[in-house]
Design a protein around this ligand. Structure first.
Ligand code: SF4
Length: 260
């Protein structure tokens, strides 16, 4: 059964569900219509994953503050984590796996705020499915890409969500981390730049650049933070997004919402 079918079944059973919407959503959907749409098809609560991203930032910054000599590579991208596990297990100790990704941090917040509800992550990333099922099965996060959510909307016989524009606010929202899906989002939104000198930070995106970046990190001991995402340009170019917009146009959509 596909994850879209799983979600449709849960919605039909009137299961207690919380939609966790990734911060790249403005590329695909208008706000606040998306919130209303998700509520209308049956989600009890709709939250921004940028809420969890703030926790991710707090955890990353706390490592930098509390360990002045520590150097690490960021871990929110499950594709990069898998690349390191398979190609460079000898360097895996550099990856800050103790820091929760925004999806995981949000799911933990959801479990605390809405006990008994199942988190459903909606975002641009295919490998978040593996992060959920392999790394955090206890959180029971159902992961859908935007592409899959589109098929849920398309199969929904009751289209009342197209006209029912009520309950337009996110139940949990966080403005400061809405730039997260743009490469360098963690570095730029966490305040890490205030703690580190320019030469101590590297921001890299694109799978083709990862090998060089980790070799440079290994050799250049000045680098204390390597902020890395596997998709070129960041999660705004994730494979689960269906959009003809260019990278720059996608960036603008995310920034416009973040600055609104
Ligand atoms: S960069 Fe790509 S692979 Fe990595 S988390 Fe974002 S969408 Fe997923």
């Amino acid at each position: 059964m596909s994850d879209s079918e799983k979600l449709i079944n849960l919605l039909k059973q009137k299961a207690k569900l919380v939609a966790m919407v990734a911060p790249s959503f403005p590329i695909m959907y208008d706000f606040p219509q998306i919130v209303s749409k998700l509520r209308t098809i049956g989600f009890s609560y709709v939250v921004e994953v940028s809420v969890g991203a703030k926790k991710t930032n707090e955890q990353a910054v706390s490592i930098l503050k509390n360990n002045p000599n520590t150097r690490f590579i960021t871990s929110p991208c499950p594709s990069f984590v898998r690349f390191m596990r398979t190609k460079h297990p000898d360097m895996l100790h550099y990856v800050a796996l103790e820091v929760d990704s925004p999806m995981v941090a949000t799911a933990k917040i959801v479990k605390e705020k809405f006990p008994g509800y199942q988190p459903v992550f909606i975002g641009p990333c295919l490998n978040k499915k593996l992060e959920s099922s392999q790394d955090h099965p206890n959180l029971n996060i159902l992961v859908l890409t935007y592409r899959e959510l589109e098929s849920v909307f398309a199969n929904w016989s009751n289209k009342s969500y197209e006209t029912n524009l009520t309950n337009l606010s996110f139940d949990l929202a966080e403005k400061s981390t809405r730039i997260y899906p743009i490469d360098g989002g963690l570095t730029d939104s966490s305040g890490a730049k205030n703690l580190l000198k320019k030469e101590e930070v590297r921001v890299v995106s694109g799978w083709k650049n990862c090998e060089t970046a980790i070799q440079e990190f290994e050799q250049d001991k000045k680098i204390r933070l390597l902020d890395v995402l596997f998709c070129e340009g960041g999660c705004i170019m994730g494979p689960g997004i269906t959009s003809k917009l260019t990278l720059e146009e996608r960036k603008k959509k995310v920034l416009d919402y973040a600055n609104a």
